[in-house]
Design a protein. Structure first.
Length: 224
């Protein structure tokens, strides 16, 4: 687990220099964000309490409150942390795509693994909770707006509109996310992996109607 490895690193023999207060603060903040994501994925939003997070992270409630005053602030910050990490991982994985692999198949398989994995379900927990939690919804709306912009930038670096699909290009990635997120929800109660895989295959076919991969394999570094 992320938490275990980080705690072990804090006490390993390789640590020869004393960390500054700023470094300790940054590490505590990152630890709280990672633990929050783990809790959301494992026990859901309702059971991800501030005390559970503090206990799992091995920090005091006072230390937690120093970094994040409320639960909505903490979980939305955790998701932003997650989105930034996932975007880097997606772009790095795409840049390492083996020769001869269909870029659309490869990209959608990557996206499906993300959206149907623990981090994808952590996000869905927050979406569901935000419907009846005004404070959480406010943070999630702004976070989703920034996430959309980041995804749009990455999508445009990887793909172009297919001939005749120019009018759909701006909507394609939103449609792909919506289809795959809906399928991830269905997967919870639909114990039919073969059918799920057939639907993923259909999503790939739909994508080919509107997008084609760019020829450039190396992606420019993301600023910020």
């Amino acid at each position: 687990m992320v938490v275990t490895s980080r705690r072990m690193a804090d006490h390993g023999p390789a640590r020869r220099q004393r960390r500054t207060q700023q470094q300790r603060s940054a590490e505590t903040r990152a630890l709280l964000l990672d633990v929050t994501i783990e809790c959301l994925a494992e026990v859901g939003y309702a059971r991800t309490t501030a005390q559970v997070i503090a206990d799992r992270a091995g920090v005091s409630r006072g230390a937690q409150l120093h970094h994040f005053g409320t639960k909505p602030q903490l979980v939305t910050a955790a998701m932003e942390h997650l989105f930034e990490r996932r975007d880097r991982e997606f772009r790095d994985a795409f840049a390492r795509m083996p020769p001869g692999v269909d870029p659309i198949d490869y990209g959608i398989d990557l996206l499906w693994r993300i959206l149907s994995g623990p981090t994808g379900y952590a996000y869905l927990e927050l979406v569901a909770a935000a419907r009846t939690d005004p404070d959480l919804k406010s943070g999630m709306v702004e976070l989703t707006r920034r996430m959309d912009q980041g995804v749009d930038n990455t999508f445009r670096e990887l793909f172009d509109a297919a001939p005749g699909g120019e009018g759909m290009f701006d909507l394609v990635w939103t449609a792909l996310f919506s289809l795959l997120e809906g399928l991830a929800i269905e997967k919870i109660v639909r114990e039919d992996d073969a059918r799920v895989e057939r639907v993923v295959g259909a999503v790939k076919q739909l994508a080919r109607l509107a997008i084609v991969p760019r020829a450039v394999r190396e992606l420019p570094a993301r600023r910020g």
